[in-house]
Design a protein around this ligand. Structure first.
Ligand SMILES: Nc1nc2c(ncn2[C@@H]2O[C@H](COP(=O)(O)OP(=O)(O)O)[C@@H](O)[C@H]2O)c(=O)[nH]1
Ligand SMILES: [Mg+2]
Length: 469
């Protein structure tokens, strides 16, 4: 039986699989309250939870036969006023993992089934308590590793994404039944459609979807971290920078050129943004086999990276640096660090050097794809500027306007776009073809909202939830 049709009463530990002060076990389904009543002895003998009106909390013991299992607080939610829209019981017990598992096993022996990941949320969607975009937002809230990501997820929970998708849906629904009626009942007195108006409307919807899709890359940056690589000649201070960003000693720093031969990767939280940052071997011509491999790996990492930190040592700009710059694709975001300015007391000279670098780089890179920062990483001079310069080039300053979208949503949005573009291409064909393409777009939209929930959604989306959510 598909999980979509299975309405057994499900149970899971919702508070995480670790010891804590309090543990929460959630049960959802028609039998939730009845099963609880068989093992829950309320402290107040007058209480009968079977008759509870819901939104009520009771104190008592969980008891199986003679054995007292724990003292607990239970919260009763009555259908449909619960997260899942079903009868729901939440048991707050002592947060010992063995104890929690014992309680879960007891309910399973009584007829509950262990919930699959995301299954409570799936039921909430099926019972129209929340739509799919909000469910995804719930997952993102739980998974958020930075404040920014949390803020964006909360925005979707309150409906930013849903609202825009539903507006598009309404616009399609205005036209589709009309066109279909014209096709199906030609003899009826249905007003004709102005095809020019329809075309303008479809083109405008296409622009709106493209606009939403344009959030994908930046969403991915928030979700997965920005793939970042530190490159430069040997000995310019790459590993020192890596350690500064990481906040503690992580890789060997040495004044022997070529010390960092392998790639070292860490996730760091830089001002609310996750950087997945790689420290690499210095680029230089070398006969050393292992060092060569390191340099090759650095080049691979640079290919994949979205953001490149290029470290240049003050007053040592030469052909080797130029070669590194030439090897960075100009669609990357480039943060140029002029390091070791502690060696210079004359501020003017630093400015001149900066200018020299700028004049070289600007010939190769689009101006809004790079920033230059003069600093000393070791002496911590001017490093605070990074907090201003970095968000500028990654384009993260506009975070208020970002709509977080995930892989699954991105794929479906592309499908909708495909149908609508096809619609425009085939616009001169009979109106039946227009209707079919529009219908297809609308069907895909209902996959986004969760009105049409397929096994694909369950496999790709809900299975990424944690158990108990
Ligand atoms: N004077 C000065 N030396 C630095 C600075 N940053 C790093 N160094 C030194 O430069 C040398 C090479 O540093 P390292 O980070 O290993 O360079 P990498 O080869 O590019 O990874 C070390 O001796 C560092 O202490 C700085 O801002 N000023
Ligand atoms: Mg190094």
């Amino acid at each position: 039986m598909s999980i979509l049709e299975d309405n057994s009463t499900i149970i899971a530990i919702s508070s995480g699989l670790k010891n804590a002060a309090i543990g929460i076990i959630r049960i959802s389904g028609d039998n939730a309250i009845r099963l609880l009543s068989q093992v829950f002895i309320p402290n107040n003998p007058k209480v009968n939870i079977i008759n509870s009106k819901g939104y009520r909390v009771y104190y008592g013991k969980l008891q199986k036969g003679e054995e007292i299992i724990d003292e607990v607080i239970v919260t009763i939610f009555r259908k449909p006023m619960s997260y899942t829209g079903e009868e729901v019981v939440e048991i707050s017990c002592h947060g010992n993992l063995i104890l929690m598992q014992k309680i879960v096993e007891m309910f399973i022996s009584m007829g509950c089934r262990l919930a699959k990941p995301g299954e409570f949320t799936l039921r909430a969607i099926l019972n129209k308590k929340i739509d799919l975009p909000k469910a995804i937002a719930v997952r993102d809230i739980i998974e958020s590793s930075t404040e920014q990501m949390l803020r964006l997820s909360l925005k979707n929970l309150t409906g930013s994404f849903s609202k825009r998708i539903n507006l598009i849906k309404d616009r399609l629904i205005y036209w589709i039944p009309w066109i279909e009626a014209l096709i199906d009942f030609p003899e009826e007195d249905i007003p004709d459609i102005n095809l020019e108006d329809l075309k303008t409307e479809i083109l405008s919807i296409i622009r709106e979807i493209e606009n939403i899709i344009s959030n994908y890359e930046i969403s991915k940056m928030y979700r997965e971290g920005i793939d970042t690589v530190i490159v430069g000649k040997p000995n310019v201070g790459k590993s020192t920078l890596f350690n500064y960003l990481y906040g503690q000693e992580r890789v060997i720093i040495s004044d022997i050129p070529g010390t960092t031969r392998d790639i070292i990767t860490e996730y760091i939280n830089f001002n609310g943004v996750v950087l997945k940052i790689h420290d690499t071997a210095g680029f230089r011509k070398t006969a050393d086999k292992i060092e060569k491999i390191g340099i090759e790996k650095a080049k691979e990492a640079m290919e994949k990276a979205q953001l490149v930190f290029l470290v240049i040592e003050y007053q040592s700009f030469d052909d080797n640096d130029k070669e590194v710059i030439y090897s960075i694709k100009n669609d990357k975001k480039l943060m140029i660090i002029i390091n070791k300015i502690d060696k210079e007391k004359n501020f003017e000279k630093i400015r001149e050097f900066e200018k020299e670098i700028l004049e070289f780089v600007i010939k190769i890179f689009p101006q809004n794809n790079f920033e230059i920062l003069s600093c000393s990483v070791k002496q911590n001079i001017n490093l605070d500027e990074l907090k201003n310069k970095l968000p500028k080039i990654i384009g993260l300053l506009k975070s208020e306007e970002i709509i977080l979208i995930d892989n699954f949503q991105y794929e479906i949005l592309k499908k909708i776009l495909f149908s609508l573009n096809k619609c425009i291409q085939d616009f001169n064909l009979p109106v039946e073809i227009i209707a079919i393409n529009l219908r297809e777009a609308l069907n895909s939209i209902t996959e986004l909202t969760g009105e049409n929930i397929s096994d694909v959604v369950i496999d790709n989306m809900l299975s990424r939830f944690c158990i108990g959510k």
